[in-house]
Design a protein around this ligand. Structure first.
Ligand SMILES: Cc1cc2nc3c(=O)[nH]c(=O)nc-3n(C[C@H](O)[C@H](O)[C@H](O)COP(=O)(O)OP(=O)(O)OC[C@H]3O[C@@H](n4cnc5c(N)ncnc54)[C@H](O)[C@@H]3O)c2cc1C
Length: 406
């Protein structure tokens, strides 16, 4: 019952299927932090009927680029990203997806799959109800594993996590800040960028900000041996933290709901096997640096419904057409995530300097062209902001999109 799973169930119900949603947690997981919804995700959200339930929360207040010593200058916020994505909270998208889920879709909380066996006609799934400690085996026509980065469906059907997870050697701590961080005005975002580590305050026009601290590490496993705040303090080193960073790390220490994880991609040669298909982060986690996690999850859900409608009675053909259409885009997000990472956390002072000169560069024609190239403006327009599956969903059946052209 992440965004991808709820959206898939809603779309498949509309396509005439009777989905059963399985969630490990005892209730909905409505929490969340900052997410961006690029044009591709907006188009999918529109077709899924959930676009009216979300809105762009981008703040108009100019963000600040801070340092620990207390100096600040006008900075670049995520709202200034090329493509002008809508900014919101993950919880906004989760609620919107849930709002279009018909009441007759069965939901089972505290339930996990423990075995998945398939033949040509169906899939036998053994489900453990962790609340009552009971196990049942049921047969399904299709299994969609939308169970996130460390997917159980993937490990049961495709093999162990180690085969598919690619660590980027960065950590992220994200949480909601209550109120306004010290030194900032309400609705004002900020960045504090240093080589290999950074702080981002994502401000919204009508909601408290969320905070992200991200840093490079050589030993991901060691990161999980102490509390997030302790690890973050260690990553930022012994130099005095200053007003904003100090305040934010104090808030991290007492925050109730902290996302603290290593940044990892999921790479598989195929997202489906027989009647089992992976969706969203379980299949392709592009990482937060690509900014396309929610957008690609919604697009995948929308397209899967469309392809199942187009290939009635032939799940294999539907899944193949689905993957063929989506893979060039998702591959692009994954490959681009390594360069996009530098937007969030730079490698060295030279990159930071380049980034700081971007607003100045953009004032001149030649400089703007260079800045656009560095920010990969054209690629964003084609891959992230376009309705990447719209032509396939509305065009004649034989049309297939490969590599961004129809
Ligand atoms: C700091 C941060 C910033 C981000 N920023 C962006 C952004 O700007 N833009 C963007 O598009 N994306 C962003 N993302 C990523 C985005 O939140 C996800 O990629 C997106 O929500 C898709 O998730 P999903 O539904 O596929 O998986 P998940 O959200 O992980 O959902 C999986 C669900 O499956 C359940 N589950 C797990 N295991 C089992 C099991 N064994 N049995 C039953 N249920 C199970 C989980 O409880 C969960 O409900 C960001 C992520 C982070 C950490």
């Amino acid at each position: 019952m992440g965004v991808s799973g709820i959206a898939t169930a809603a779309r498949l119900r509309r396509a005439g299927w009777r989905p059963v949603l399985i969630e490990k947690a005892p209730r909905r997981r409505s929490g969340g932090y900052f997410v961006a919804l690029f044009g591709a995700g907006q188009a999918a959200a529109k077709r899924l009927g959930m676009v009216d339930a979300i809105h762009d929360r981008a703040s108009m207040t100019r963000g600040l680029d801070l340092d620990r010593a207390g100096s600040s200058r006008p900075g670049m916020s995520y709202a200034d990203m090329p493509g002008k994505p809508w900014l919101m909270l993950r919880s906004d998208v989760e609620k919107a997806a849930f709002s279009v889920l018909p009441d007759d879709v069965e939901i089972r909380y505290s339930t996990v799959p423990t075995a998945i066996e398939q033949d040509a006609d169906g899939v036998d799934v053994t489900l453990l109800d962790t609340a009552s400690d009971t196990t049942t085996t049921e047969r399904f026509d299709l299994v969609v594993g939308a169970d996130g980065l460390r997917s159980t469906v993937r490990s049961l059907v495709f093999g162990p996590h180690e085969k598919y997870l690619r660590r980027m050697n960065y950590m992220v701590a994200a949480f909601q800040y209550t109120g306004t961080p010290a030194g900032l005005a309400p609705g004002q975002g900020a960045t504090l960028l240093e080589p290999d580590r950074s702080l981002w305050v994502f401000a919204f026009s009508d909601h408290d900000p969320t905070v992200m601290l991200t840093y490079r590490t050589d030993d991901v496993d060691a990161e999980f041996t102490r509390s997030p705040a302790e690890r973050v303090r260690a990553a930022f080193g012994p130099k005095p933290l200053g007003n904003v960073l100090g305040d934010v790390i104090d808030a991290l220490e007492s925050a109730d709901d902290v996302l603290f994880d290593s940044v990892e991609q999921v790479r598989l040669d195929s997202w489906h096997r027989g009647r089992v298909v992976l969706m969203g982060d379980a299949a392709w986690c592009v990482t937060l640096y690509a900014g396309m996690g929610v957008s690609s999850g919604l697009t995948g859900a929308d397209l899967l419904g469309g392809m199942l409608e187009r290939h009635p009675g032939d799940v294999g053909a539907a899944l193949s057409a689905w993957e063929r259409a989506l893979r060039p885009y998702v591959g692009h997000y994954q490959d681009g995530a390594f360069a996009d990472r530098r937007i969030f956390v730079a490698d060295n002072r030279a990159q930071l300097l380049l980034r700081r000169t971007m607003p100045l560069l953009s004032r001149f024609k030649a400089g703007k062209r260079l800045a656009d190239r560095i920010m990969r403006l054209e690629e964003i327009a084609v891959y992230k902001n376009a309705d990447i599956v719209g032509a396939l969903l509305t065009g004649p059946p034989e049309r297939t999109i490969v590599g961004g052209t129809a």
